[in-house]
Design a binder for this molecule. Structure first.
Ligand SMILES: Cc1cc2nc3c(=O)[nH]c(=O)nc-3n(C[C@H](O)[C@H](O)[C@H](O)COP(=O)(O)O)c2cc1C
Length: 170
């Protein structure tokens, strides 16, 4: 699958088979995430890989939309390390979000299924994730990605919308 096909066929996958995600697959996902661009090249995104079912259950309870984390063989909490920022309070969220999209695209390319589970900027969700995975001071949870082998893969509609595009001026 080429890059454009992975990007255009990616869908949120919330149900998974029992097949485990191997360490090789996991490393490929993390390698892709770490290739994302970052502000000033500061690479402030950090990752907490969670296989342990009790921790995944805690992560699945941080919001009513986090359920898929409980049923996935692995979850990756994508964080921003504010202590790694060149200018504090600027690009740590952007860095993490770029990494998140690479992770989702890579999952699709590998035939895995993944879903972005929102954490930032909701204070209650952030506190619950911090507690579940023991984040140190200065490391902010941005989102959790649940990853597994998809139970089924929905078709991807063509989402191109010319009305979203403004040429030369809005
Ligand atoms: C910032 C953000 C937060 C999201 N949070 C959740 C979430 O908490 N739970 C969930 O199931 N999906 C979540 N999603 C996935 C969206 O629901 C999904 O991308 C959207 O419905 C489009 O569907 P698709 O990903 O299959 O194209 C989130 C996506 C983004 C970008």
């Amino acid at each position: 699958m080429d890059a454009l096909e992975a990007i255009t066929s990616r869908r949120s996958i919330r149900r998974y088979t029992d097949e485990p995600v191997t360490e090789t697959e996991l490393e490929a996902l993390l390698r892709a995430a770490m290739c994302a661009p970052s502000g000033f090249g500061q690479r402030s995104a950090r990752y907490v890989v969670v296989r342990e079912p009790d921790t995944r259950r805690m992560l699945s309870e941080v919001s009513k939309h986090a359920g898929p984390v409980a049923g996935a063989p692995v979850a990756i909490v994508v964080c921003g390390d504010t202590t790694a920022e060149r200018h504090p309070g600027t690009y740590f969220i952007h860095d993490a979000v770029a990494a998140l999209e690479n992770l989702l695209t890579a999952a699709t390319a590998l035939g895995l299924g993944a879903v972005w589970v929102g954490v930032h900027p909701w204070p209650d969700r952030m506190d619950a994730v911090r507690a579940a995975v023991g984040l140190p001071e200065g490391v902010e949870p941005i989102a959790t990605v649940a990853v597994g082998h998809p139970e089924s893969v929905p078709v991807s509609p063509d989402r191109y919308d010319e009305t979203f595009v403004h040429r030369e001026r809005w």
